[in-house]
Design a protein. Structure first.
Length: 383
């Protein structure tokens, strides 16, 4: 399982780092917040269109092939801005990386749920999420220092070369292709029928809101920090503090879930995150931004692995890949629309309304999480 964490550090770190490089490169090229918001949205178009399909591929053919495809395409997408240093290359790169990531990430999460017995599932998702945390630390730091001491294009090249390590692991570590995924029955519900399952639907909507808040933070924090005069390396450190917090909280997450239940941990963390985002527009010092980022990291760091566990546990037999694909599609539907809206809002009124919007998104997410029943609870009686 820890080798899977290594894969996540490589691929997710490259994706996260590329978003930081893209935003700062676009600013360097003279683009406005609305145009940058469109670029961010392009990361989400392919996951929106191909999320369910990638889930079906994972359920039917196994996880190794789509993970390999995703790793190779990610490396190629990262090469584009290095070879062609034009704003159009940023749009092309974002679309390619988004396509790569949906095939890779749907399969790796399906793999984590199937790895070992059910009793180990919470630990597996928490361990998998450590890779996301480490990559969220490494990616922005590498991006920030590469930009400051080399160039934006060089940062893209570094990330592209890094994906070769993931390709090598997938090529030679055969156990990944030998994990048996649960098989669905002939009467297994379709993708649209899955959305009619009320508790699963709540979890999927909560996931979309949570990830939207996360992505908007990763996008608008660099823009806000740049606007108050912070350097690229300082921005990378502030984002790194966020990643450290997500890493720390995940070591204790299995204990928290066992003691307080997944839905309670998720609801409380989202409400705490909402309150913290309200404070961002009033802070203009790097160390205070670091403190707020640490708190946000603790809150959002709880959310991601808990969502993975809750959605997998509520998936019909043999349909976990499709459920993961639906979750990706819904997540990226919000990714594809909210950054554009937020970019227009930021261009017209400044950054403060954007942070307030993120706070509202997390508050709604916390409310929905609190209404989800435990997976072993019966439905309420009909009246």
């Amino acid at each position: 399982m820890y080798l899977i964490v290594f894969l996540n550090v490589i691929i997710h770190g490259c994706v996260i780092g590329s978003r930081v490089v893209m935003a700062l490169f676009a600013i360097e090229l003279g683009e406005n917040p609305f145009s940058i918001g469109v670029m961010v949205a392009l990361y989400s178009v392919s996951p929106l269109l191909l999320g369910v399909y990638s889930g079906r591929v994972s359920d039917r053919y196994g996880v190794r092939t789509p993970m390999m495809f995703g790793a190779i395409l990610c490396g190629l997408g990262l090469l584009v801005p290095y070879l062609w240093r034009h704003v159009a290359a940023l749009y092309i790169s974002a679309a390619m990386i988004g396509t790569a990531f949906v095939f890779y990430n749907v399969s790796v999460q399906n793999l984590a749920g199937a790895w070992g017995p059910r009793e180990e599932r919470a630990k597996n998702f928490s361990t998998l999420s450590l890779g996301y945390s480490i990559s969220s630390l490494v990616g922005p730091l590498v991006a920030g220092y590469a930009i400051e001491y080399l160039s934006h294009a060089a940062a893209y090249l570094i990330f592209s070369v890094s994906t070769l390590a993931a390709v090598a692991v997938l090529l030679f570590y055969r156990r990944i292709g030998q994990i048996e995924l649960p098989k669905s029955s002939d009467e297994a519900p379709s993708a649209f029928a899955l959305l009619r399952l009320p508790e699963l639907r709540k979890v999927l909507i909560t996931s979309a809101l949570l990830v939207t808040g996360w992505d908007l933070y990763m996008f608008y924090l660099p823009l806000y920090a740049h606007g108050i005069g912070l350097s690229a390396s300082t921005i990378g450190i502030v984002l790194g503090v966020f990643a450290v917090a997500t890493l720390i909280v995940r070591f204790g997450l299995p204990y928290l879930v066992k003691r307080y239940t997944a839905r309670r941990v998720l609801a409380v963390s989202m409400f705490c995150g909402a309150v913290t985002f309200v404070l961002f527009p009033f802070v203009e010092h790097a160390w205070l931004l670091g403190v707020l980022s640490f708190v946000i990291g603790l809150a959002l760091g709880c959310g991601q692995p808990v969502i993975l566990l809750m959605s997998y546990n509520r998936s019909p037999e043999g349909r976990a890949g499709v459920v993961t694909g639906i979750r990706f599609a819904l997540n990226h539907l919000t990714h594809a629309t909210v950054p554009v809206v937020a970019g227009a809002l930021g261009s017209a009124f400044g950054m403060a309304p954007v942070f307030l919007m993120i706070a509202a998104v997390l508050a709604v997410s916390g409310y929905l999480a609190g209404t989800v029943r435990r997976s072993n609870e019966p439905p309420p009686p009909q009246t």
